[in-house]
Design a protein around this ligand. Structure first.
Ligand code: HEM
Ligand code: HEM
Length: 407
């Protein structure tokens, strides 16, 4: 009896181990803990015998707090095939988008791949999961998966997961992506893939035939932040301060001139960073969106303002009387200031910034605008008062008669 039991146990163990072996050898599984959140990313890949079918099956899952989860081939973005998943428009399902990147910029949707989304794909309980079958993926013309490579390179990238960003939810496979917050590289032993029957991997609980290449890398979208800071602060804060230098305190043309020149140069540099940034995203590559067009008008306005100010000052010194250039300079200046306020808000919503940040921005620029226009109106009212000479007027007249009368 004892002998029989031993034989039974041995037989059973052999059966189980054979089953597990089948699992192990029909898929490669990569599991990684993440640097930018607690949670795991899982990628499991299987394929049938290439002599029978060219289909590839895969499973991707990870925290749904990320805007997107992308898995790509290769060690760099350029030229790799990427599977990018994100929540659908209602936030409970999945959109899977096959994309190709031309470099370190937003990958472009590639409709040439025929991908079926399989059951079990959804967004729930804090997880995004996709099970998919990529038809004829092995013979995909733009880059074959090498099934004999034991260290085939792959990468992953995770979209923004911070409170400052609106989470991506879309049904469109070409939805706009923002820069990732983290990426990582790994290799898969592709020889595992061809041994199974050609179905979705069944076990993703432990890594199989995979290895992380180095540690995950946290990325920052500092060019966007530099653009936002350098284009916004000089235009919506320093430009009006330069008007106060002229009109209120210390009432000096020189202070005004220096301040507006410095603000414009920084603002133009910030806009130039915006030009560079535009090459990153599909939405901005054509340089023709509303935010960019308003930006061009502001840049042109700043340059024209500088020359108008310079020219009017020159003529004033010769004639000692106001010029029409001064009038245009005054109103164009206010126009550029208001446009910059608007464009900053348009830029924030265009880059999927969360509402609290946009509300904070609106309140801050609203306060600056109210203070600025109130002071300018008060100054003008004081000037026009019959027989009255206000305190600010004495100050500006002492420092520069031109400032008060003409600019
Ligand atoms: C809007 C979308 C994206 C933008 C603007 C973008 C931009 C960039 C930039 C600027 C870098 C260089 C970062 C550095 O050196 O610190 C980079 C690196 C990287 N990205 Fe992306 N990326 C995007 C989407 C993706 C996606 C979807 C994936 C993968 C599925 C990915 C994978 C990688 C990898 C693996 C690297 C490191 C290797 C390399 O420099 O190519 N990226 N990306
Ligand atoms: C001159 C006035 C401008 C102002 C005040 C301004 C301001 C802003 C702001 C506040 C953002 C949001 C950034 C963020 O979310 O952190 C933004 C985004 C952006 N701006 Fe501008 N901008 C200006 C001009 C331009 C110009 C001339 C261009 C290019 C031609 C440009 C290209 C962009 C791009 C591509 C983004 C999107 C970045 C993303 O999606 O992450 N901007 N801008």
């Amino acid at each position: 009896m004892r002998f029989q039991n031993t034989i039974l146990v041995l037989f059973f163990s052999l059966f189980i181990s054979t089953l597990c072996k089948n699992d192990d050898e029909s898929a490669a599984v990569f599991i990684s803990s993440l640097s930018s959140s607690s949670g795991h990313l899982t990628f499991a890949l299987s394929a049938s015998d290439p002599t029978v079918s060219q289909d590839v099956f895969f499973h991707i899952s990870g925290p749904s707090s990320y805007s997107y989860i992308g898995i790509g081939t290769g060690t760099v973005m350029q030229g790799g095939l990427m599977f990018v998943m994100y929540s659908n428009a209602t936030g409970d399902g999945i959109t899977l988008s096959s994309r190709i990147a031309t470099g370190n910029n937003e990958p472009v949707f590639s409709p040439t791949l025929d991908i079926d989304i399989l059951p079990g794909s959804n967004t729930s309980n804090g997880l995004m999961t996709v099970n998919a079958r990529c038809k004829n993926c092995l013979s995909w013309s733009s880059g074959a998966l090498n099934l004999s490579d034991t260290v085939y390179p792959w990468n992953y990238a995770l979209g923004p997961n911070t409170a400052q960003n609106v989470k991506l939810t879309s049904n469109s496979p070409s939805a706009c992506l923002e820069m990732h917050v983290e990426y990582g590289l790994f290799t898969l032993d592709m020889t595992h893939l061809t041994m199974g029957a050609g179905a979705l991997p069944t076990s993703f609980t432990s890594p199989i035939g995979s290895r992380a290449s180095g540690s995950p890398v946290l990325t920052s979208n500092f060019p966007t932040i530099i653009h936002a800071v350098l284009a916004t602060i000089p235009l919506v804060l320093f430009l009006p301060t330069g008007v106060i230098f002229l009109r209120i305190f210390p009432g000096s043309v020189r202070w005004h001139w220096v301040s507006q020149t410095v603000s414009s140069v920084i603002g133009l540099f910030g806009a130039a960073v915006g030009f560079y940034l535009s090459t990153w995203f599909n939405k901005s590559k054509s340089f023709s969106s509303g935010h960019q067009i308003i930006g061009y008008i502001i840049c042109a306005g700043m340059i024209v303002q500088w020359f108008l100010g310079f020219w009017q000052h020159r003529i004033y010194k010769q004639k000692q009387s106001p010029t029409k250039y001064g009038l245009i300079h005054r109103y164009l200046g206010h126009f550029v200031f208001v446009l910059a306020i608007i464009d900053g808000g348009v830029g924030l919503s265009w880059s999927y910034t969360a509402s609290p940040v946009i509300i904070g921005y609106s309140v801050a620029v609203g306060v600056v605008a109210i203070v600025h226009f109130s002071l300018v109106a008060w100054k003008r009212w004081e000037k026009q008062k019959p027989h009255g000479v206000g305190i600010f007027e004495i100050k500006t007249q002492q420092n520069s008669p031109e400032a008060d009368r003409n600019l």
